[in-house]
Design a protein. Structure first.
Length: 261
């Protein structure tokens, strides 16, 4: 049973929405809260000290905790694929509406299978966690960093001008390359990442799938060129003129004879 199934079982067991007063004992037992609480405890969650067990605020804290852990990768604490897909969908819509540039970076840890085969999966986990920490060190609070696969990561950078894209990607690559990863037994490893990136088409109703595919193509190019490098698909210098933006969003406001050729 996955985390969402736990949430659904709790909600389905509620005969009535919670009121301001505390639910009675029979209502609480029908919610199967032991399952939800065990799941939360395994994730390191603890109920706020300011709420009374069994109160509506306590139940809300449990629901909030379940929602949070269902959107996080258990190993790294980063956004998981579910959360990433929701975030990239919102960003595609935002770029289409207001035209602000946005960059998607996709990353793979180079030769990760060799790390697992040589040092074991526990060492591989430490490498993944170290790379995740490096990524978080290089981004802004507004950016979304996600683990989307075993050794695969993705970063959504809203309002990132194309002039800065390569600099951001290289900063991430160099950060990972320079960090020593301590593993069991006192050894340390150095790993590298290959990075591909693409900008969302401004003022265009595109899709998250197409945007991701363009970034993936650049990642494949970085790998084919030798790994430990960045490849970005740069957008045209001028996507749309100010006059065209006005026509797109305000309608035709002047005669054709006055529109610049």
């Amino acid at each position: 049973m996955d985390q969402f199934t736990h949430v659904e079982s709790i909600i389905a067991a509620m005969d009535h929405p919670p009121s301001a007063s505390a639910p009675d004992a029979s209502s609480l037992s029908a919610l199967r809260l032991d399952v939800a609480l065990n799941l939360l405890n395994q994730a390191g969650w603890a109920a706020p000290a300011s709420v009374d067990p069994g109160s509506v605020a306590w139940l809300q804290a449990i629901l909030d905790g379940l929602c949070d852990i269902s959107s996080r990768d258990a190993l790294t604490g980063l956004s998981n694929r579910r959360q990433f897909e929701a975030a990239i969908g919102r960003e595609v819509d935002r770029v289409a509406r207001n035209g602000e540039p946005a960059l998607l970076l996709v990353l793979d840890i180079d030769h990760f299978k060799k790390v697992n085969d040589t040092h074991g999966h526990a060492a591989g986990d430490e490498v993944i966690k170290a790379v995740a920490a490096s990524l978080l060190d290089c981004v802004r609070p507004m950016d979304t960093v996600a683990r989307v696969g075993g050794e695969e990561f993705a970063i959504i950078l809203p309002n990132c001008p194309p002039a800065f894209g390569q600099t951001v990607a290289e900063r991430i690559r160099k950060k990972v390359e320079s960090k020593a990863v301590a593993i069991i037994g006192g050894e340390s490893l150095h790993v590298t990442v290959s990075i591909g990136g693409a900008f969302a088409p401004q003022w265009v109703r595109s899709s998250a799938v197409l945007w991701s595919e363009r970034a993936d193509q650049q990642l494949y190019k970085a790998k084919a060129n030798g790994r430990n490098q960045t490849c970005l698909e740069m957008p045209p210098l001028t996507v749309v003129s100010a006059e065209e933006k006005g026509l797109l969003f305000a309608g035709l406001t002047q005669s054709e004879s006055n529109i610049p050729e």
